[in-house]
Design a protein around this ligand. Sequence first.
Ligand code: SAM
Ligand code: SF4
Length: 480
Amino acid sequence: MLDLVTTKDHDESRQGEAFAPFEKDPITYRKHFYIESYGCSMNFSDSEIVASILNGAGFGATRDAEMADLVLLNTCSIREKAEQTVRKRLTEFKKMKRRKPGMLVGVLGCMAERLKSKLLEEERLVDMVVGPDAYRSLPNLIEEAETGQKAVNVLLSRDETYADISPVRLDSNGITAFVSIMRGCNNMCSFCVVPFTRGRERSRDAQSIVRECRDLFDQGYREVTLLGQNVDSYHFVADHDVKPVTFANLLERVAAISPLLRVRFSTSHPKDITDDVLHAIVKHENICRYIHLPVQSGSTRILQLMNRTYTREWYKAKVDRIREVIPDCGISSDIIAGFCTETESDHQDTLDIMLYSRYDMSYMFFYSERPGTLAQRRYEDDIPESVKKRRLQEIVDLQGKLSWMSNREDVGRTFKILIEGDSKKSDSAWRGRNSQNKVVVFPKADGNYARGDYAWVKITGHTQATLIGTAISAPESDNG
Ligand code: SAM
Ligand code: SF4
């Protein structure tokens, strides 16, 4: 799999995952929905809002599409391949519908706006098309679709944040949760379809975010990831207030809930991450020392074509500043290979900036032209696929080496680990993450721990993706 590398944020193993919340729910539901989610964590988080709205309308969830009255696909448009996967699934559901004529099929999320008429009228693949800002209208749309009409709402909103809806936690480990803090994006990166599919940027009410995080903590969750396309531009002004809440303010408010609650965030646009945010991280032990800082390309010429608004030198200075203020900070990136007009020398600049930034991990893609974007309108997608793939492979190989080296440097160090569950390879070992977002495994026999506990682990070995260690007793300085 070349065009997408598995990460926590865009986890390849979770693509198409179906969830069944309310499994222990004593209520017997008359109707059931089945939901498959694709794309980034934002989409997975949206599925939790959808589940909450549907549950309010009397639907239970099922993991078995065959027993569902309503089948939903929460879709992603970011790359062509993501769209192809969804279309294949829709064709399969169309066949299922022949056997179960009463079943409704709906497309949610980013593909909705772009493909509504194609999916509804031309190919007749679905009964409902619902955009990311229209989930509140789902119960009405379902009623419409039940009468045989095609139900559509793809209107984008300037203020919808679903602030008042408590998401139903889907596929939850009960320890870590995503909390959406803003929607949409005002940046116009020329390769990106998000501003068109998810609309203008809007920040969610700070109080409702803090309340949701506190509720999660009270339910036993020990880590929240504050989510948005560009979290550092979070800016909320309450009606009764003149002073805005900035992202740094919000981070501090969430961190103050409890020292036992870890706080992460994703994603940071390099242009917006300020010293305030860096200082907030340093000030609170429970704000994780980890910043996702997507570079996209190491060439200033390509960055300008991408409309990223920074140069190679500016980005490198930002990396320096992060390392100066937070010396133990983990840094990861997003990288695109083969953007329009990219030369071998531009590509070398990308490899070079990776070496300079010493990323612990990266999300790596080859450029995929998206309809309607600035790049599609202005530039020719002129790099042959074979060249894109070769360059991407070089980027992937280099990242492999950087991750290996970064992990090797951690051998002998001790980290505080939040235990998330069993190790994927063995149920006699725990799996958790350190503040820098690295996965750490250690034997259960090392002590009396449970999921959601913190353990101090001394690193004794590693692979490219995982640190391996042994639990030791907590240092006296540990206050959490
Ligand atoms: N808002 C985030 C940011 O600016 O860092 C990124 C959100 S986007 C969902 C995730 C990543 O997908 C981007 O950082 C970019 O690397 C990649 N991406 C977006 N459009 C792409 C395209 N047309 N082709 C290939 N990769 C793309
Ligand atoms: Fe897309 Fe750029 Fe917005 Fe990220 S910041 S969602 S890459 S337009």
